[in-house]
Design a binder for this molecule. Sequence first.
Ligand code: ADP
Ligand code: VHF
Length: 365
Amino acid sequence: MSQFAWQRAVIKVGSALIAPDGNACSSQFLLPIAQFICASRAQGKEVILVSSGSVAAGRSKIAYKHFPSIAEKQAMAAVGQTQMMANWAQLFDFDCAQILLTSDDLHNRTRYVNIKNTLRELLRNHALPIVNENDTVVINELKVGDNDNLAAYTALVAQADTLIICSDIDGLYDADPRKNPHARFIPKVHEINQQIHDLAGGAGTSVGTGGMRTKIQAAEKCAKSGIQTLIVNGRNADVFAQLSQGKQPGTLFVPSKNRDGARTQWLRHTLRSKGTLVIDVGARQALMHKGASLLPSGITSVLGSFKPGEAVDIRCKDQIIAKGLSLYSNSELVKIKGQQSDKIDTLLGYSSGEVVIHRDDMVLL
Ligand SMILES: Nc1ncnc2c1ncn2[C@@H]1O[C@H](COP(=O)(O)OP(=O)(O)O)[C@@H](O)[C@H]1O
Ligand SMILES: N[C@@H](CCC(=O)OP(=O)(O)O)C(=O)O
């Protein structure tokens, strides 16, 4: 079995472990995880917990008909969150700190910095941060939506070196083992490409959200930032004994060698796009394969409302291929799209440069 080393980890625990029967908290699977956290801290390692389960924990407390509405689920989360926190807190003899986040918080620079500072202070004071999505205040479009991606964002903000996702399955298989009994286990993934994304299916139980699909997305975010991700079966106590001995159970996603710098990370993960530039196939080719900047001539349409300096998605046909900072506003781009760069001056009466998005201000997605 391979060795597994880390210093600062985000450990994500899914609903299936917090509330295994789907409607109340249980400590059944949490004890080995808590023991592992304590043992790791005693070795000088730092841990941040991302814990799901508030909706499942509060399910039996809120009346609903066949399927709970969004408001009913939000009420379940509000009741369940305190129970989930209490469930963890009883397993530790140090302070637990509740952090509830939304996607907005992670995409706003001031809030992002505040989250980063709070996490740093909590770790410095040996408290255990326990993060969940703030389900009360978000509607679907503004949600991170699943705690796998929330855990990846948390690992980025906290500058962790490792993300450990504790699920109800041993790791990644080449098909969902709940549906295909012949699925084969994959212990290590060196590159997260389309083929790996295609292996992943949805949630395995009614309490899980996102399934393996969102775990691979989380692993990809981390890999691009130099963070390793391990998916393990949190129902198997032996997994945590192995981790404590520095061994690697589960599926390890090796971090990318060409890790993003801080600016690229900011562009890729933190900045929220205010609009979309649709480009033609020639421009796509130039961006994807020639390292080119985006010129007005390759833009076929402009969507959304944005100012110069704001982030936009770059789309070709149905695929968003890149994101970048536009030097021009949407109304300026409507006038210069499809035109040669030397016409910008004449069309606008001024020019902010011959490119619309400079290569240095762009990330391929
Ligand atoms: N290729 C795959 N390999 C392993 N598990 C998969 C795969 N595709 C889908 N799954 C499903 O993902 C489930 C775990 O995700 P999920 O139900 O969201 O749990 P969690 O609460 O841990 O996030 C597994 O139980 C399994 O059924
Ligand atoms: N905020 C939700 C998290 C939902 C979620 O992502 O669940 P899971 O797939 O079990 O990690 C809750 O606490 O119920």
